[in-house]
Design a protein around this ligand. Structure first.
Ligand code: G1P
Length: 282
C-alpha cells in the first residue's frame, strides 16, 4: 500500500523563538529564502506523498496563504514578464499536491494534533513531519526513507538519530533491537531512565491504527497528549521499526539550531552558496 498522506502539525505557539514568533508562525521563519513549512511540504512531495494535512490554528492563516494562489502578485509578475519569479510564486505547493487544513482548537499536545487529522487521513497509512525540524540527506530524504521501509516491511516506522546522552531529556527516546524493531519508547526521559540515546527526530510513518491509540491516550509529560505515549501503546499490538537517519537534522525551533541551519543551507544554496562562502571568509 503506498503512502499518500502527510500530517504536518503546525498549531503551536512557537514560544522558544519569541519575539520573532509573536505575530508570525514559527513555521514561516525563513531558511535562506524559503519558509520552514515549505521545506517539509517539499520533503513529503519528494517521498511520493500527494496530500498534506496541515494541523493549524486560527492565529496562523499565513500558513495556508503561503500555499494558495496569489492572483494580484501573479498578475503583476506576468505583466512585467518576470516568468522565473512567477514560477516560484506559483509553485510553493508542488504541482499535483493537495493541501487540506484542519484546526487544532486546543493546545493539547503533539498526539492531539495528529489525532485532529484522522477525519481526513481515515484508514490510510500516513507520514508525520514536524516542521521545525529540518532534515537533509544528499541521496534520500528522511520521509522517503520511512516510505521505503514501509514498502518493505508494512509496519510503522520512526526515524531515529543518536544524540549526546546529556540531551536525551529533550526528545522521545527509543529502545531498538538488533534487527531494527522498536522495543520501547519514552517521552523526554532522564538520562537514567532512557532506554538508549536514540532520539525520535520528528519524522514518522504510521499505520492508521495509531488513531485508535491516540483516542485512548491520557495526558503525559508536560500535561500534554503525547504522540510517543500512543506509539508505546501501539507497540503492544503491532511491531514498529526504527530507521536510523544518517543525514543532517536541524532543530529550527531553537535559535541556535536555526542559525546553524541557516549557515549550512546558505553555503549549499545553488545561487547564493559560493558568494555566501566568500562572505563568511571575509
Ligand atoms: C517532539 C516529540 C519528541 C521528539 C521531538 C523531535 O517534542 O514529542 O518525541 O523527539 O519532537 O523534535 P517537542 O520538541 O515538540 O517538545
Amino acid at each position: 500500500m503506498s503512502v499518500k498522506f502527510a500530517v504536518i502539525p503546525a498549531a503551536g505557539l512557537g514560544t522558544r523563538f519569541l519575539p520573532a514568533t509573536k505575530a508570525m508562525p514559527k513555521e514561516m521563519l525563513t531558511l535562506v529564502d524559503k519558509p520552514l513549512i515549505q521545506y517539509v511540504v517539499e520533503e513529503a512531495f519528494e517521498a511520493g506523498i500527494d496530500t498534506v494535512v496541515l494541523v493549524t490554528h486560527a492565529a496562523k492563516p499565513s500558513l495556508e496563504n503561503h500555499f494558495d494562489r496569489q492572483f494580484e502578485l501573479e498578475t503583476d509578475l506576468e505583466l512585467k514578464n518576470k516568468l522565473a519569479l512567477l514560477g516560484v510564486a506559483r509553485n510553493t505547493l508542488p504541482q499535483g499536491m493537495k493541501l487540506v487544513s484542519v484546526r487544532q482548537g486546543k493546545a493539547l499536545g503533539l498526539g492531539h494534533a495528529v489525532a485532529c487529522a484522522a477525519p481526513v487521513v481515515q484508514d490510510n497509512p500516513f507520514a508525520v513531519l514536524l516542521p521545525d525540524v529540518i532534515c537533509y540527506h544528499a541521496q534520500q530524504n528522511a520521509t522517503d526513507q520511512l516510505v521505503t521501509d514501509f514498502g518493505q516491511h508494512g509496519v510503522s516506522s520512526i526515524a531515529l538519530q543518536a544524540v549526546d546522552p546529556a540531551q536525551v531529556h529533550k526528545y522521545g527516546i527509543a529502545g531498538v533491537s538488533e534487527r531494527g524493531q522498536i522495543t520501547q519508547l519514552v517521552e523526554k526521559p532522564s538520562a537514567e531512565q532512557a532506554p538508549s540515546n536514540l532520539a525520535v527526530l520528528g519524522r514518522y510513518l504510521f499505520t492508521p491504527s495509531i488513531f485508535a491509540e491516540l483516542a485512548q491516550t491520557q495526558r503525559g509529560v508536560g500535561g500534554e497528549i503525547q504522540l510517543t505515549d500512543a506509539m508505546q501503546a501501539l507497540l503492544q499490538h503491532q511491531p514498529m521499526r526504527g530507521v536510523t537517519f544518517s543525514g543532517e537534522v536541524h532543530d529550527c525551533g531553537d535559535k541556535l539550531g536555526y542559525l546553524a541551519a541557516t549557515l549550512t543551507f546558505a553555503q549549499r544554496h545553488p545561487e547564493l552558496g559560493e558568494a555566501f562562502k566568500k562572505l563568511l571568509k571575509s
